[in-house]
Design a protein around this ligand. Structure first.
Ligand SMILES: Nc1nc2c(ncn2[C@@H]2O[C@H](COP(=O)(O)OP(=O)(O)OP(=O)(O)O)[C@@H](O)[C@H]2O)c(=O)[nH]1
Ligand SMILES: [Mg+2]
Length: 432
């Protein structure tokens, strides 16, 4: 998503001066990309005006160059446009998924099952699509793949009765997910069916599933489903296969219903908690892999430090301590295509004091949060800040910093696969 914006930002970063002409070109590029992603033209126009005005204002924050100031504004405006990060509770709950034909409800039922099961909860799914003959078998298979219990009745006709039976049969699971039937449109038939299911199931979360390719019409769809069944979140699927994903996200965030998860592929693991900050920090761009590779080869590394599995906050904490004292971080940062103040609070800002305060913040987190920092959203940020005697901003800064590092690890991992694995080991040895 927004790959062109990434290119435009790179182009802008490479310019010698950030004058009016350069800003205008950046704004035009961003406009083109947003409109191509089917973002509402009015929103694009407002965003352009705001960037122009703030970018060219006379006084800029001290310590920032004009170029850095412009980039900062662009990042924060894009973040604003993309709305709020989702807050997802890892706890027992009942979930009802609704949506039109082919939106991705059944696939998402599997992905959500996998998501909660991996976080230690027992999951069961209920097959409430009694319209499509193959729906029963499809969900049964999906449940098996996701390690979830399954309740369904082959050839059943009344979805409400199936849900009632399923609730009893799955009495012992923590998270129950109902996969409902689709329709071509939100007609009275579907409205009534969803209302009756909700009436008996009393879900804690009612999510509308929509495919990214409907772009900005996601707004109307979210609003009409909300009126009909009272949704409390949207799951946008097929973000990987549509150019209109950005438009769909922005539309949902401006419809009064927030995006909760996004689907990024057909596999079980292709589900993410929605986080605009992550999108925007992705746009910061990719370092020059070749020269970085050379740099890394020159460095002395400790083969003991091989990480296994995902890059957690505890890994980050450990690596942070090791890498700072050695000057390696500065060497690495020199290789990246941006100056140190361009990314707020980037790695070269690592001082003893900062590490100390990061350590205190991390100590205030639960083991669950340390292993899976993506679950740390608003209310957890507040709790952690209070517990560690720091501010919400400091906690967010740590998380942002961690994500930037993780993004790098991911990118290098991908690079290494193409190169045959050497790079991955090197980065791991390096302490990333
Ligand atoms: N690329 C991609 N494909 C997806 C994603 N989510 C779902 N799909 C595909 O979309 C198609 C429809 O998905 P389903 O889960 O069957 O959709 P549904 O809403 O249950 O459809 P009905 O039950 O017929 O209304 C399948 O081929 C899925 O593999 C995604 O995030 N990315
Ligand atoms: Mg289905």
């Amino acid at each position: 998503m927004f790959d062109k914006i990434k290119d435009s930002i790179q182009k802008f970063s490479g310019r010698s001066v950030a004058d009016e002409e350069a800003v205008e070109e950046l704004v035009k590029d961003i406009q083109r990309d947003l409109i191509k992603a089917d973002v509402d033209v009015g929103l694009v126009s407002d965003l352009s005006d705001e960037i122009r005005e703030e970018a060219l204002q006379d006084d800029i924050p001290s310590g920032l160059t004009r170029k850095e100031h412009v980039l900062e504004i662009v990042y924060s405006k894009l973040e604003e446009l993309l709305g709020e990060e989702a807050e997802v509770e890892i706890e027992a709950q009942d979930i009802l998924l609704s949506g039109l034909y082919g939106a991705g409800k059944t696939t998402t039922t599997g992905k959500l099952s996998d998501f909660y099961r991996k976080r230690g909860l027992k999951v069961g799914v209920i097959a409430a699509d009694t319209d499509r003959p193959a729906a029963f078998e499809q969900l049964k298979q999906v449940a098996e793949d996701a390690g979830a219990s399954f309740y369904g009745e082959k050839d059943a006709e009344d979805p409400v009765r199936v849900v009632a039976e399923g609730m009893e049969a799955l009495d012992d699971v923590d998270v129950r997910i109902v996969d409902s039937a689709g329709r071509n449109s939100l007609n009275n038939d579907l409205k009534q069916e969803l209302a009756e299911i909700a009436d008996i199931f009393k879900p804690d979360n009612k999510y509308l599933v929509i495919p990214a390719d409907i772009g900005q019409s996601a707004k109307d769809q979210a609003q009409s489903f909300d009126e009909a069944v009272g949704i409390n979140g949207v799951i946008v699927t097929k973000m990987d296969s549509s150019a209109k994903g950005g438009g769909a996200l922005v539309a949902c965030e401006h419809s009064g219903s927030e995006v909760t998860f996004i689907g990024t592929g057909e596999e079980m693991g292709d589900l993410e908690i929605y986080d605009p900050v992550e999108f925007v920090s992705d746009m910061i761009g990719q370092p020059d892999l070749e020269s970085l590779l050379e740099k890394i080869e020159e460095m002395d590394t400790d083969p003991e430090e091989i990480l296994e599995g995902d890059f957690t906050l505890e890994d980050f904490q450990q690596q942070m301590e090791q890498v700072t004292g050695s000057g390696m971080m500065d060497d690495l940062m020199d290789q990246l295509p941006f100056s140190s103040s361009q990314i707020p609070d980037n790695m070269s800002d690592m001082t003893e004091g900062k590490i100390e305060s990061y350590n205190i913040i991390i100590t205030s987190m639960t083991p669950e949060e340390k292993n899976d920092p993506d679950i740390i959203k608003k209310s957890r940020v507040e709790r952690i800040a209070q517990g560690s005697g720091t501010s919400n901003n400091e906690v967010r800064e740590l998380l942002k910093h961690y994500r930037q590092t993780r993004n790098m690890v991911d990118k290098f991992d991908k690079g290494s696969m193409k190169r045959g694995g050497g790079m991955q080991d090197m980065m791991k040895n390096l302490g990333f």
